[in-house]
Design a protein around this ligand. Structure first.
Ligand code: NAD
Ligand code: ADE
Length: 482
């Protein structure tokens, strides 16, 4: 589609009088109860509420969130609110919203929330812009991002205002097309909006690996418009959420979607990074035989040392019963791969976007026919005469077909998020990508020990002196990535 001054008919203008748009407000009571249940499981968040609740370090800060609108996120929102923030929230994935969580937040008024399960892409970008725009037309001071879409919105908005001819180009990527449609509208109404918004932003804290890659890319090209904190690479985020979170939520997603018995099946996990390691352990734990594909020799060697067979995807196609992509890469499973798979193989993705499985092959090929079994579970008849089952339309299976990671591990991730937001709100930062100090990482871990009955040994001054570390930590140099 090209842009000639007309906006798409599906394009919704912002409605800044709305305090929320959720699926069903009558679900709020259930949401409140579920949130109450998660309090014990989120000791990190409860501790920061206690520590900073009176001081309110986020007072006066307008925060936009673009992060899965789950019960765990509702707990994060309430924490940021208790620290003084004024919040607007959208989800970062069209299938990940838990409608009772969104309803609870709308009902309490902790944030202006725009999220429901099963958004269209047009809805998604509308919700994101609603979360980025306050009723007086101003933007946020801070962003909590998961995957980088709120950050992209502002950066792309500024680009368009600098070079409106970008609006005349054709965009084949559906997400980008929807975003450019919205930017066309905002440019026609206020050609300096995104410059003003960007100028006011003190910083973004980014949740996930893929979003962090985007930030480093912007930094490298000198395009980063505001400071950023990489939350993902806190040890208490990526080595817990990505690993132990996926170890539980991958199987949850596959089972809620298909009820399949995993024991005895062959599960192929593409990518053996933090997420892939959790996915492989999950499948192995259920008694599946696990095959790994990798491009990185170190991760491949790690997988082999754990006893997994490391193969190419081509080698795995004929034996795999379940395929999981966990790479953050693109077109890992292509149409040609799908055509070679066994009948009724299950194919899903747990990486951030929807491009690890080539869904366009299925949707654009006249030989491929979709039969929807239920929402987020589709059986695709292929040219080969066989069928495959695609979960969550190739988007995050754990959040699309289940409810994402459990509260306990999200407490660890989100405690880092809160600390990052406080740092951005209270300290000056340059336009670059930061990580949180090791000491805070240890603090986040410490906050989660009691719930598990962990008893730490304390160094004696003599031992501390011997090791050359302070008695109160940090105790070790930064961990090596692998
Ligand atoms: P990572 O960088 O630790 O691991 C990715 C691995 O994939 C790397 O080892 C890399 O070598 C490998 N890889 C890349 N391209 C490949 C290819 N074509 N074939 C095989 N292997 C390939 O990243 P991560 O932290 O494991 O995150 C992976 C993805 O999962 C990211 O998109 C991240 O944002 C997302 N994520 C999802 C969740 C969730 O709840 N669903 C949680 C955390 C992260
Ligand atoms: N990412 C993975 N699981 C999640 C959850 N339960 N809530 C928010 N983000 C998540």
């Amino acid at each position: 589609m090209s842009y000639n001054g007309n906006t798409s008919p599906a394009l919704q203008p912002l409605d800044l009088s709305l305090k929320y748009k959720v699926a069903d407000l009558s679900l709020a009571e259930l949401g409140h109860k579920d949130m109450q249940l998660s309090e014990r499981e989120m000791p990190g968040l409860m501790a920061v509420r206690k520590k900073y609740g009176a001081e309110k370090p986020l007072k006066g800060m307008k925060i936009t969130g673009s992060l899965h609108m789950t019960i765990q996120t509702a707990m994060l929102i309430d924490t940021l609110k208790e620290l003084g923030a004024d919040l607007r929230w959208a989800t970062c994935n069209i299938f990940s919203t838990q409608d009772h969580a969104a309803a609870a937040i709308a009902d309490k008024g902790s944030a202006a929330v725009f999220a429901w399960k099963g958004e269209t892409l047009e809805d998604f970008w509308w919700c994101t812009e609603m979360a980025l725009t306050w009723p007086d037309g101003s933007g946020p001071d801070l962003i909590v991002d998961d995957g980088g879409d709120a950050t992209l919105y502002v950066h792309q908005g500024v680009k368009v205002e600098n070079d409106p001819s970008l609006l005349d180009k054709t965009y084949t990527n559906l997400d980008l097309k929807c975003l450019m449609d919205r930017l066309q509208l905002s440019y026609s109404r206020d050609p300096k909006k995104w410059h003003r918004v960007a100028k006011n932003i003190r910083g973004v804290s980014e949740e996930t690996t893929t979003g962090v890659h985007r930030l480093y890319h912007l930094e490298k090209n000198n395009e980063l418009l505001f400071p950023a904190i990489n939350v993902n690479d806190s040890v208490t985020k990526s080595k817990f959420d990505n690993l132990y979170g996926c170890r539980e939520s991958l199987a949850d997603g596959i089972k809620r979607a298909t009820d399949i018995m995993l024991s005895g099946k062959v599960a192929v996990v593409c990518g053996y990074g933090d997420v892939g390691k959790g996915c492989a352990a999950s499948m192995k734990g259920f008694g599946a035989r696990v095959l790994i594909t990798e491009i990185d020799p170190i991760c491949a060697l790690q997988a082999a040392m754990e006893g997994y067979q490391v193969v190419t995807l081509e080698e795995a196609l004929k034996t795999g019963d379940i395929f999981v992509t966990a790479t953050g890469c693109v077109k890992v499973i292509t149409g040609a791969h799908m055509e070679e798979m066994k009948d009724e193989a299950i194919v899903c993705n747990i990486g951030h976007f929807d491009n690890e499985i080539d869904m366009a092959y299925l949707t654009n090929s006249p030989d491929c026919k979709k039969l929807t079994i239920k929402p987020q579970v589709d059986k695709w008849a292929l040219k080969s005469g066989r069928s495959i089952v695609i979960l969550a339309e190739g988007r995050l299976v754990n959040l699309g077909c289940a409810t994402g990671h459990p509260s306990f591990v999200m407490s660890s991730s989100f405690t880092n998020q809160v600390l990052a937001q406080i740092a951005l709100a209270t300290e000056p930062h340059e336009k670059q990508v930061y990580t949180l100090p090791k000491k805070l990482d240890e603090e986040v871990a410490r906050l989660h020990l009691d719930r598990l009955g962990v008893k730490l040994t304390t160094l004696t001054p003599e031992q501390a002196d011997y090791l050359g570390v302070p008695v109160e930590g940090p105790f070790k140099p930064d961990l090596y990535r692998y």
